[in-house]
Design a binder for this molecule. Structure first.
Ligand code: ADP
Ligand code: MG
Length: 272
């Protein structure tokens, strides 16, 4: 049987729009004072592609995702969403300048983010947690946002929990609500930063199951994870990062089954 990755690749090859990257990063650098965390990261995410970002703790994976969503201001580099530069505006004096938080808000909504912690509002039920973004940021009418929230909750198999408050849900269920909340923004891509690392082992599977379904649907996603077998199974491409550099990238089979670089081999030997 053809692998899921191979089937998705065939579907993508059939549509021209899929040839264009939904996200392109050029020479991304981030420093905190004298500490250079990202030392020039360039990558592309194609439409419908699931990209797994792996690497040792402290290698800069979270910083990379946070720069893509402008939770951090990059020190240098450029980020393009569907070929349009985001986060920066032309400036007469400096070439480009970083946008203010207010200018960034509409662009941020195009990029969904799911963190290790779930960050749901404790005083809102699950439906309102999911509907809040579309109402506040998207200006959607309440009834429409609630219908959208219900649809997204159904997608993560939690439609029956819409009236519950977060504290009544397991960690796995809360993370699925956080995924529904990201989906409700109708983002062009979704970034996952170790979405299962805070979960008890028995709850990891249900969250990975939802991520797998999103990959099968052809969502564009970057997934930072230590679940190497899952990445091998679901990701179209894998990037191995170490010390702020991309060390190796390729298909999931190339990077995980047949790593070319010793640093990748040694990392996989430890976590695999
Ligand atoms: P990873 O997600 O791969 O574990 P991070 O991107 O979280 O790595 O961190 C990379 C490096 O950047 C680490 O050395 C970390 O201590 C440092 N770092 C991250 N955020 C900050 C910050 N806000 N201020 C200073 N150093 C930071
Ligand atoms: Mg991290």
């Amino acid at each position: 049987m053809a692998s899921m990755q191979a089937m998705r690749q065939a579907v993508r090859a059939d549509t021209d729009s899929a040839q264009r990257p939904v996200l392109r990063i050029e020479g991304l650098r981030k420093s905190y004072g004298a500490l250079d965390v990202l030392k020039g990261i360039s990558l592309e995410l194609h439409k419908g592609e699931t990209l797994a970002l792996i690497g040792p703790s402290g290698s800069g994976k979270s910083t990379c995702l946070r720069c893509i969503n402008f939770l951090e201001h990059p020190t240098d580099g450029a980020i393009f969403l569907d070929e349009a530069r985001i986060g920066q505006l032309p400036s007469r004096r400096h070439g480009w300048r970083w946008m203010s938080d207010r200018e960034l808000a509409p662009q941020r909504a195009e990029i969904g983010m799911v963190f290790q912690g779930f960050y749901l509002w404790p005083h809102l039920n699950v439906r309102d947690n999911v509907a809040l973004g579309p109402i506040r940021a998207g200006g959607m009418a309440r009834a429409e946002a609630h219908a959208l929230a219900q649809e997204m909750l159904d997608k993560v198999h939690l439609g029956h929990k819409a009236d519950e408050f977060p504290e009544r849900l397991s960690g796995g269920q809360q993370q699925r609500v956080a995924i529904a909340r990201a989906l409700a923004q109708r983002p062009r891509l979704i970034l996952f930063d170790e979405p299962t690392s805070a979960l008890d082992p028995e709850l990891v599977g249900e969250v990975l199951g939802v991520i797998r379904e999103l990959a099968e649907e052809g969502r564009s996603m970057i997934l930072v994870t230590h679940e190497i077998r899952f990445a091998r199974d679901v990701a179209d491409r894998v990037i191995f990062m170490d010390q702020g550099h991309i060390v190796e990238q390729g298909s999931a089979a190339e990077v995980i089954d047949r790593p070319r670089v010793e640093r990748t081999r040694s990392f996989l030997g430890k976590v695999g």
